[in-house]
Design a protein around this ligand. Structure first.
Ligand code: HXC
Length: 262
């Protein structure tokens, strides 16, 4: 089977590349299946502390595969949406931060994939949008859910109802991406950000991710209870003693950098 998803390790950084540039990395059955398998492999790698997700060629991902979707019936459509959403949710709930390095088109399922990542860095050449309504469908890989949560319902509705494609700068102004960088700097910026994260306690970063993601689904009182519980859990890890001892002893902390389990 050809590798439509490649992944490699650079130190403690895992880099996943969607590698189907002839169709602008469109998410067909095979690409989705290989992404699912790739997440299995990454999950097992205890030495990866941050993951970067990018696309080969001029697209990050130009959406779900339109040719594959054309003949589907309602049941098959529902199954496709549920399967993609399940895979994206796996990425979102990995214990390590996931950075989307968005090199080009992030349309439909591509924007939905980027939104399942923790942080989005965009090349100046990147383009974003949810053009599904122009194809007679709704966003189906959780775009109707993550986009309003990320940029607010009014801006999300405008993007989804019009299907308009926006540039990286506008995406930044909407809060859809964290940063916009020159195309040639994209991977270096993403790796630099990964290195900044990796210097800290991986356990505390993973717990922060969990507190933010799970807390966002709760009312504020329950979310604060969740935070208190997670904060308490930090004291089970040697990283808390090491981080605080290092401060008191005026030295740099030396964390053991083993990744906590999901
Ligand atoms: C299948 C796709 C594709 C897609 C591009 N291709 N996007 N194939 N599904 N989503 C293919 C083209 O058919 C073409 O193949 C090749 O990739 C190169 O694309 P071009 O159109 O020639 O490139 P360009 O002129 O540069 O235009 C780029 C583009 C355009 C603006 C991104 O390709 C485009 O509009 N693509 C569709 C974007 C979109 O609507 N995405 C949302 C999909 S729905 P050939 O063989 O002709 O050379 C979706 C739903 C998610 O994502 C939820 C599902 C449950």
């Amino acid at each position: 089977m050809s590798r439509l998803i490649k992944w490699e390790k650079e130190g403690a950084i895992g880099i996943i590349t969607i590698n189907s540039p002839a169709t602008l990395n469109a998410l067909n059955t095979q690409v989705l299946a290989q992404l699912d398998e790739c997440i299995d492999e990454v999950e097992k790698e205890e030495s990866i502390g941050v993951l970067i997700l990018t696309g080969e060629g001029k697209a990050f991902v130009a959406g779900a595969d339109i040719k594959e979707m054309l003949p589907l019936d309602a049941k098959q459509g529902e199954k496709l949406g549920a399967n993609g959403s399940r895979i994206f949710r796996r990425l979102e709930t990995l214990p390590m931060p996931v950075i989307a390095a968005i090199n080009g088109f992030a349309l439909g399922g591509g924007n939905e994939l980027a939104m399942a990542c923790d942080i989005r860095i965009a090349s100046e050449k990147a383009k974003f949008g949810q053009p599904e309504v122009g194809l007679g469908i709704t966003p189906g890989f959780a775009g109707t859910q993550r986009l309003p949560r990320l940029i607010g319902p009014a801006a999300a509705k405008e993007l989804i109802y019009t299907g308009k494609i926006i540039g990286a700068q506008e995406a930044k102004e909407l809060g859809l991406v964290n940063r916009v960088v020159a195309p040639e700097e994209l991977m270096d910026v993403a790796k630099g950000l990964a290195e900044d994260i990796l210097k800290n306690s991986w356990n505390a970063v993973a717990l922060s991710k969990k507190a933010i993601n799970d807390g966002l689904q709760l009312d504020i009182e329950s979310a604060m209870d969740l935070e208190a519980k997670i904060f308490g859990e930090c004291f089970l890890s040697p990283d808390q003693k090491e981080g605080m001892s290092a401060f008191v002893e005026k030295r740099s902390a030396k964390f053991n950098h083993s990744r906590r389990k999901a």
